[in-house]
Design a protein around this ligand. Structure first.
Ligand code: PMV
Length: 310
């Protein structure tokens, strides 16, 4: 059996504003999707949900990826595919992309194909088209290459950022599900209606991302945290926060995080806190005892890779 893992992702700065051409920063995180491939009749089995039915989105995405791979290589299509993911679904952490990337990597490895990560990314993007109507490509790119990425108007730039081991992130999942497309449309309508006001907010968001890049490179943790809060405020201004997002941001900061913000589409989803690891266990335990679903993540700098089956 041939297995690969690929990381999920988090948007650190610039979501929503990126839709109108502002820059954004995302990074890969230490929560993984694992896919194993072995010879057998074609079947997709999820450790979480069991046999994946023909016609489901996941099944179609897997088929599309394998068909695309076979337009380049002559691989055996009779394979049994086992998927296992620890990335929360529908929370903006790139669960589907991580799965596609892990699948592309495991499938090509199983087939002894000569490939590079660029091809893995291309195959995964093809599968993502089955899941999202217009994928930006950020999720699969981060799952493939790992690390931090700046993106703007469809252009991705891998960043030479490496945070110290003394800091990490707390992720609080509100479990409020929402549809990204609907929120994005609403934001665009708001922008059109209040363009003269909001143009300045969008400019502020662009400047904020450039300043955040500098703070990340310099490992200026206080500044990164402050900019996360400013970014949350801008997202609130364009109407994508929710009282639960605001409450969690206040809790994370009140308990000692450098900063916190909603991440992704908003109106629920996840909130992230940037934290010194000396505090993370205490904050995590306190939030859990208050009934929140919370977990810790670190940046993943490696991206997709082979793993032993176990
Ligand atoms: O919820 P996510 O992580 O897929 O983030 C959506 C990010 C938006 O900026 C709101 C939309 C987009 O396509 O960039």
């Amino acid at each position: 059996m041939t297995c690969s893992i690929a990381p999920g992702k988090i948007i650190l700065f610039g979501e929503h504003f990126v839709v109108k051409g502002a820059p954004a920063i995302g990074f890969a995180v230490s929560k993984y999707a694992k896919v194993c491939v072995e010879d057998g009749y074609f079947q997709v089995i999820s450790k979480q949900t069991g046999n994946i039915e023909q016609g489901s989105v996941l099944y179609r995405a897997v088929k599309r990826l394998i068909t695309y791979a076979n337009s380049i290589f002559k691989c055996d299509e009779d394979v049994r595919i086992l998927v296992d993911s620890e990335i929360p679904v529908g929370s903006g952490m790139g669960s589907s992309a991580a799965l596609s990337v892990a699948l592309a990597h495991a499938y090509l490895t199983h087939c002894n194909a000569s490939f590079d990560k660029k091809l893995v990314n291309e195959l995964a993007y093809e599968a993502e088209k089955e899941v999202h109507s217009k994928p930006s490509g950020i999720d699969n790119t981060l799952a493939t290459f790992g690390g931090f990425l700046k993106y703007r108007s469809g252009v991705f730039e891998k960043l030479d950022i490496r945070l110290g081991d003394e800091v990490g992130f707390l992720v609080v999942n509100t479990n409020l599900k929402r549809q990204t497309g609907i929120i994005v449309e609403e934001v665009l309508r708001l922008y059109e209606k209040y363009r003269e006001v909001l143009e300045n907010v969008y400019t502020a968001a662009s400047v904020l991302v450039e300043k955040a890049l500098k703070s990340l490179r310099e490992r200026d943790y206080e500044s990164i945290g402050r900019l996360m809060l400013l970014n949350h405020g801008l997202l609130w201004t364009i109407g994508v926060s929710h009282e639960i997002n605001d409450l969690i941001v206040h809790k994370l900061v009140g308990k000692g995080c450098y900063g916190a913000k909603l991440s992704g589409a908003g109106r629920g989803g996840i909130v992230i806190g940037f934290v010194n690891k000396s505090l993370s266990t205490r904050i995590e335990e306190e939030l859990r005892s208050e009934g929140f679903e919370v977990f810790r993540v670190n940046p993943d700098y490696e991206g997709v890779r082979s793993v032993e089956d176990n």
